[in-house]
Ligand binder design. Structure first.
Ligand SMILES: [Zn+2]
Length: 79
């Protein structure tokens, strides 16, 4: 018998999630966005208290992707 045999089990299951993912509306990145278990395409930000859905996220990503694509096509600057 070792010295730790009488200690209660202390290891917890690994915490899972997406830390520091910012709200698409207010930009807060303190993990304040929650997802509805009834509809995984519905989100709520506890910081700005606004709701948004997966389509709004896709739209914002699409807008930024268009900018990034345009930036990638700009000519390289020779030093
Ligand atoms: Zn927010």
């Amino acid at each position: 018998m070792n010295a730790t045999a009488n200690k209660p089990e202390t290891h917890k299951p690994a915490r899972r999630g997406f830390p520091s993912l910012p709200c698409i509306l207010c930009g807060n990145a303190n993990g304040a966005v929650t997802v509805s278990l009834e509809d995984l395409g519905q989100f709520h930000c506890n910081e700005c208290d606004e709701h948004f859905n997966a389509d709004a996220v896709r739209q914002q990503l699409s807008q930024w992707q268009a900018v990034l694509t345009w930036c990638d096509q700009a000519p390289a600057v020779s030093e």
